[in-house]
Design a binder for this molecule. Structure first.
Ligand SMILES: Nc1ncnc2c1ncn2[C@@H]1O[C@H](COP(=O)(O)OP(=O)(O)OP(=O)(O)O)[C@@H](O)[C@H]1O
Ligand SMILES: [Mg+2]
Length: 284
């Protein structure tokens, strides 16, 4: 068993471009770049079926993804807390996109791209098939799953919760007004007990598979937070894998048993957590 408190390691990943392989090193994030994680995960055929189609955003890729899916998310490859995330739609002959609470409409693709491109500020962005998230009380929600190294060895799925977006926003992040609910609260109007069990089990399996895969490329990983979108057919889609997941949202749940387990497992590999939530709120 490793006793190291330092969880950061260099990761060797093959980049998709002509640059060949590169080392991604970071103190706080084991693999910080969404694009590198997507490439690593897509190699697994099972995971690939649960990852919305993703490309590097260019004028052409964005246009073709919009034509194909009608709604896409455009997000910074190194973003966090939902900052810079945009939701773009093609509605008939019109193009719209939303960033924060602001929605803009354009009559041509060229004009829409000019505006979106300005928002990208020269940074690397991804374009991803948009999943129409289920809603709870009129708010879009996704599900956070925590996966950790277990004290007895192996990996364990240690907690899940629902994150509902602020009514006027397109991201569920707590720092953007998102609220925390239990998974039962957000799922109960969409699935009965058997359907919920099946869905949660499927997310657990995908989470464990992701952990094993990412550990293969970055052995220092001890924990992951996966964000799952659930579509109308109750299919879970992996939107994002956080290598430094916040644990405080679990402290907002009425049932504290998941929090206790997460903290106990973290302690076994030398991790302590900030448990006071300054951003996410308890959902009402
Ligand atoms: N393809 C998508 N379809 C629907 N909603 C999406 C999609 N991608 C992102 N979102 C919404 O936007 C939110 C933020 O996206 P994402 O998690 O990718 O970035 P981030 O939160 O800024 O990054 P990090 O999780 O590393 O902090 C998601 O939690 C989800 O609510
Ligand atoms: Mg996220």
């Amino acid at each position: 068993m490793t006793r190291s408190r330092k969880i950061s390691t260099g990761l060797r990943v093959r980049s998709s471009g002509r640059k060949g392989s590169k080392i991604v090193k970071s103190k706080s994030r084991i693999i910080g770049d969404k694009w590198s994680k997507t490439i690593a995960m897509r190699k697994d055929l099972t995971l690939n079926k649960h990852i919305p189609r993703t490309k590097l955003a260019t004028k052409d890729s964005l246009r073709s993804m919009l034509t194909q899916y009608r709604m896409v998310y455009v997000k910074p490859s190194r973003g966090s807390q939902g900052r810079g995330v945009m939701r773009m739609e093609k509605l008939g002959a019109k193009y719209t996109y939303q960033l924060g609470s602001k929605k803009s409409t354009f009559t041509t693709y060229a004009a829409a791209y000019r505006s979106i491109h300005k928002e990208m500020k020269g940074k690397r962005y991804l374009v991803q098939k948009g999943i129409r998230l289920l809603k709870h009380k009129g708010r879009r929600f996704d599900i956070r799953l925590m996966v950790q190294r277990a004290p007895q060895g192996g990996w364990a799925a240690t907690g899940t919760l629902g994150r509902a977006a602020h009514p006027g926003k397109i991201v569920t992040n707590g720092s953007q007004g998102g609220s925390i609910y239990s998974t039962v609260q957000v799922l109960k109007s969409h699935a009965g007990p058997a359907g919920r069990r099946k869905l949660l089990k499927s997310m657990d399996r995908l989470g464990l598979r992701t952990a094993r895969l990412l550990r293969g490329v970055s052995p220092g990983i001890k924990e992951l937070g996966l964000d799952f979108a659930i579509d109308a057919k109750l299919k879970p889609w992996i939107l994002e894998v956080n290598t430094v997941p916040a644990v405080c949202p679990f402290s907002l749940l009425a049932d504290q048993s998941m929090l206790r387990r997460i903290v106990r497992y973290g302690k076994a590999y030398g991790k302590t957590y900030q448990l006071k939530c300054t951003k996410a709120k308890r959902g009402k």
